[in-house]
Design a protein around this ligand. Structure first.
Ligand SMILES: *Cc1c(COP(=O)(O)O)cnc(C)c1O
Ligand SMILES: [Zn+2]
Length: 424
């Protein structure tokens, strides 16, 4: 992406050999004409691979590969919720939440993993690995099992959300707990992969990002290709933000959308290296020590920093940070609407509200917030919020668990009056 050096698509390589920069997958779109009608015609298809919300856009993801090489659950086809009550709370007229937690393993990582495992299949490698805060491991484990690969995952030693750890173990991956944080694990995976000939499927792998581009394609198709003013997403390792930038750029260059929305990347205050860099004019990355309840974005040294900067420049984007308090309150509101998400996802709503308060997002604008992970991924965070057991976090929207003696009098006493509507 920096110096323009090109490499063949079947070469196993993660960074540029001449400048050390990140790699982009480049397709020759002129050779494969696409139109909105092509993608619309495939909606509801029973035919593989078009049943997948990733491979519906095959021409924009990985044109020309044989369909039988594709490893797909199928993923995508996630709902776009119209949420007027939450729009009102955030202070905008129109808010949609694109729920990527409703993918097969419960996070958007599935869209990347179908891209990554398909490339592994094309390359003929049999062992794949990642370091993970949790969701990448769950997804890698599932897709490796589906395709008959050995999946290897490096977990940090603490604070891996229970749902994610359980998935990786259950899907049969080789799970290694390493006594180090995510950032150190990321380095170790790269070294181990080089030494042992294992294929790395973290988001440094550009084929992952090709799959994740389809979050944007599908959202725009669901909006009948009407471009929203803002797309708001959480930022951790910044793979998703990077994929969004590339997706928007490609749609615009191909004439599939008429203008570009602005991208807002939201980080947790305790894991905010991109936010800090943004405040300094995006003049480089200074890693931080990461701490936040939103474990999916607890990353201090994001691998895809340079691509995220590019996405911000292409889309006139902004970066904001939110506290764990704001994250958990916004999550409680999303949950209370019957939708639900894991903590990191709630950055999208908390960040939207904050940007509206600052006058950056204006009230008449249309916002699409990305929910990245499923509510069941991190049940502890949810239960501890509602039972007021989170250190330093006050539950502003609690739903206390009630208990009663086994008598009809006790139950009647509790249920005497209806509880009424949620406050938001
Ligand atoms: C991976 C993940 C993120 C962060 O995405 P990046 O691409 O690393 O920035 C956010 N939320 C959830 C639920 C995730 O699994
Ligand atoms: Zn280079």
């Amino acid at each position: 992406m920096d110096c323009g050096q090109q490499y063949p698509i079947d070469r196993i390589i993660y960074v540029c050999e001449s400048c050390g920069g990140l790699l982009d997958v480049c397709h020759d779109f002129e050779a494969v004409p696409v139109s909105r009608e092509t993608f619309d015609a495939r909606l509801g298809s029973w035919e593989k691979p078009y049943t997948s919300g990733v491979w519906r856009y095959k021409e924009l993801v990985y044109p020309g590969i044989p369909d039988e090489k594709i490893i797909s659950r199928p993923e995508g086809n996630t709902p776009l919720y119209h949420v007027p009550a939450l729009a009102g709370w955030a202070g905008v007229q129109t808010l949609y939440l694109k729920h990527e937690g409703e993918n097969p393993t419960g996070s958007f990582k599935d869209r990347g993993m179908t891209g990554g495992l398909t490339q592994a299949n094309i390359l003929g490698v049999r062992r794949v690995a990642c370091a993970s805060t949790g969701n990448t491991s769950a997804s890698l484990a599932a897709y490796a099992a589906l395709g008959g690969f050995e999946g290897i995952v490096f977990f940090q030693n603490k604070q891996v959300a229970l749902g994610k750890l359980a998935q990786a173990v259950a899907y049969g991956a080789t799970c290694i707990q390493v006594n180090a944080d995510f950032d150190r694990n990321m380095e170790l995976v790269r070294e181990a992969a080089d030494r042992l000939g294992i294929y790395v499927l973290n988001s440094i792998n550009p084929f992952r990002l090709e799959g994740q581009k389809t979050i944007i394609f599908e959202t725009l198709q669901q909006l009948r290709w009407q471009v929203p003013d803002w797309i708001v997403c959480p930022g951790g390792n910044l793979g998703n933000s990077s994929a969004f930038g590339k997706a928007l750029r490609e749609l615009y260059d191909l004439g599939l959308i008429a203008r570009l929305p602005r991208l807002a990347i939201i980080q947790a205050e305790g894991a905010n290296p991109l936010y800090k860099s943004f405040r300094r004019g995006l003049n480089g990355l200074e890693p931080v020590h990461a701490e936040t309840i939103a474990t999916a974005i607890k990353i201090g040294s994001p691998v895809n920093y340079a691509k995220a900067v590019r996405a911000l420049r292409w889309t006139d984007g902004v970066v904001e940070q939110v506290s764990d308090q704001e994250i958990m309150d916004a999550k409680a509101l999303i949950d209370r609407r019957g939708i639900g998400c894991e903590p990191a996802s709630a950055c999208s709503l908390a960040g939207t509200a904050k940007l509206v308060r600052q006058g950056i997002i204006r009230p008449h604008e249309t916002v699409v917030g990305i929910l990245t992970g499923h509510i069941l991924k991190d049940p502890e965070a949810t239960i501890h919020y509602h039972s007021r057991q989170l250190d330093g976090i006050e539950a502003h929207y609690p739903n206390a668990l009630l208990s009663a003696e086994p008598s009809i009098e006790a139950i009647s006493h509790l249920l005497q009056a209806p509880r009424g509507e949620p406050s938001s």
